[in-house]
Design a protein around this ligand. Structure first.
Ligand code: G16
Length: 542
């Protein structure tokens, strides 16, 4: 039993959408990680006799953190911890292992798409026995515990050999080190027609997958190159490194620019994709085309029945509120419900567990299904490949025919990163204060039809989540959403989500920023955000 020195991991703020994310050096302070871990064990009623999965994306401090967690789990009376070899597990693979081994939950170490290294970011979150992120009841309890914790339990033991597959003992606890890839690859083989994808690749269809020096490297290399026969070199940046090759493992056109440049060039591959630090996000590209995550969700939903694991179709679709409404059109045409949830994968958990939805997606490059309870980057890539193999056409053709059938939701997200938290909070509060009087107001060339803050009533457990983003609906159907990110580690990040629908008989091939100009100007006019943040332009446009 060790007494905790003064340590407040959340610094008085509730955890965001994905557990605790802070600078790595903050995590390395004495007792810091331990405070979170003991608070988590206490929040779930202790660990006596329980079984957990533990793994992370391989970033700096991953292995040390795992050794700490193993000692604490043993001291807290856990029966078994299953760990990925080398401490590696992608987030979806961890979710799969929790479900497959019916463990009580798991701890996943990652700061997702944020950079890694001693001067970059680290993170940890708890997933429950369904394999998904802990719901707010548990994250609130963890948060409360961190405020009153006085001591934590640990052992003084040598490190476990994380390289050796098999069972070892730590105190009275069993540590089972498993291959991080095989179970996941097996699941993918059950969902998709590897034969059809193999034939597509053998026919010369060129694929490039950028693992961004992060955890999907071993998964993608094994599945795409070893099992599906893609040529060596199909996976680039495939060896996980502690600082992600000094890059930013965020699969978007800014941080994966070399891949985008390649696919936009004349002799680029037919299909390209990238995933993030922990393997749950995805970016999809075809020769000469970038597919927005919102459009990708809609296309996957419309075509998912082509994959063997989903031949019976969809129970329903769910998307986070800021995600474009492209998936709603598909749901309408299929006669199934489309649920709109707050940002954060955890909100899909109840809908998936209750069998109400089969596929879910978010504008932040997350797509997944009921096969696990996390978003899943490689799953989305393999589903795209399965659809391409069935339809025998290009990504561009798939997108054009989708827009011709359903119309196009022009969409973009503008991020203002690391702005002063007080400025960001005041900006949001000022709009909230005016919300009731905004209807009928002009903003640049548009008129506001309605404005509100999104609240979600969970149809399964009846819980209500309020203040989940500011929504501005304009006459004519355009929409803007403003939200503060829950995953940044420096100041505040303001996200502005912009959307405008173009009917099937309209102009379906505009540049998105040009198509959205009126909405962009309306937000600028209403919020004066550029003057207030001192930024002339967003830091990242996706
Ligand atoms: C996390 C959650 C996602 C969510 C995202 C939002 O992503 O898992 O479900 O969409 O945060 O991020 P923000 O609050 O910055 O907009 P990840 O991939 O970072 O775990």
């Amino acid at each position: 039993m060790i007494s905790v020195k003064s340590c407040d991991p959340f610094e008085g703020q509730k955890p965001g959408t994905s557990g605790l994310r802070k600078k790595t050096r903050v995590f390395m302070q004495p007792d810091y990680l331990e405070t979170f871990v003991q608070s988590t064990f206490d929040a779930i009623g202790g660990l006596a006799g329980k079984r957990l999965v533990v793994g992370g994306d391989g970033r700096y401090f991953n292995r040390d953190a795992i050794q700490t967690i193993l000692r604490m789990a043993a001291a807290n009376g856990a029966a078994e911890v299953i760990v990925g070899q080398g401490g590696l597990l992608s987030t979806p693979a961890a979710s799969n292992l929790i479900r497959k081994n019916k463990t009580d939950g798991g701890l996943i170490l990652s700061a997702s798409h944020n950079p890694g290294g001693i001067d970059a970011d680290f993170g940890i979150k708890y997933n429950i026995s369904n394999g998904g992120p802990a719901p707010e009841g548990i994250t609130d309890a963890i948060f409360e515990n961190t405020k009153s914790i006085r001591e934590y339990k640990t052992l003084t033991t040598a490190d476990i050999d994380l390289g050796a597959i098999g069972q070892q003992t730590l105190g009275d606890m069993t540590v089972t080190v498993v291959d991080p890839v095989v179970d996941y690859a097996q699941l993918m083989g059950q969902l998709f027609s590897f034969e059809k994808i193999k034939a597509l690749l053998a026919g010369g269809f060129a694929v490039r997958f950028d693992a961004m020096h992060a955890v999907t490297g071993p998964y993608a290399t094994y599945i795409l190159e070893d099992l599906l026969g893609a040529p060596k070199g199909t996976v680039i940046n495939g060896v996980p490194s502690e600082d992600f090759g000094k890059g930013h493992p965020d699969p978007n056109p800014i941080w994966a620019k070399p891949l985008v440049d390649e696919v936009m060039s004349d002799n680029g591959p037919d299909f390209a994709a990238a995933s993030d630090g922990d393997g749950d996000r995805n970016m999809i590209l075809g020769k000469g085309i970038y597919v927005t995550p919102s459009d990708s969700l809609a296309v996957l939903a419309a075509n998912i029945h082509l994959a063997p694991g989903y031949t019976s179709g969809l129970a329903g679709i769910a998307r986070s509120m800021p995600t474009s409404r492209a998936a709603d059109e598909v749901a309408k045409s299929l006669g199934v419900q489309c649920y709109e949830t707050p940002t954060g994968w955890k909100f899909f958990g109840n809908l998936l567990d209750d069998g109400r939805v089969t596929i879910c997606g978010e504008e932040s490059a997350g797509t997944g299904s009921d096969h696990v309870r996390e978003k899943d980057g490689l799953w989305a890539v393999l589903l795209w490949l399965n659809i391409l193999a069935e339809r025998q056409t290009s990504v561009t053709d798939i997108m054009n025919s989708h827009w011709q059938a359903f119309g196009r939701h022009y969409y973009s997200r503008h991020d203002y990163e690391a702005i002063d938290s007080e400025i960001a909070n005041t900006l949001m509060a000022d709009i909230v204060a005016q919300l009731d009087s905004l209807s009928g107001t002009k903003a640049a060339r548009l008129t506001i039809a309605d404005a509100n803050q999104f609240a979600y009533d969970d149809p399964v457990d009846g819980s209500i989540s309020r203040n989940q983003g500011l929504r501005l609906f304009f006459e004519g159907g355009a929409r803007a959403v403003l939200r503060l990110s829950g995953t940044g580690t420096e100041g505040a990040t303001l996200r502005v989500y912009l959307e405008r629908f173009e009917a099937p008989n309209g102009d379906l091939n505009m540049d998105p920023q040009a198509a959205l100009k009126d909405v962009i100007d309306a937000v600028a006019d209403l919020t004066q955000l550029q003057t207030r943040t001192g930024r002339n332009a967003p830091d990242v446009i996706t």
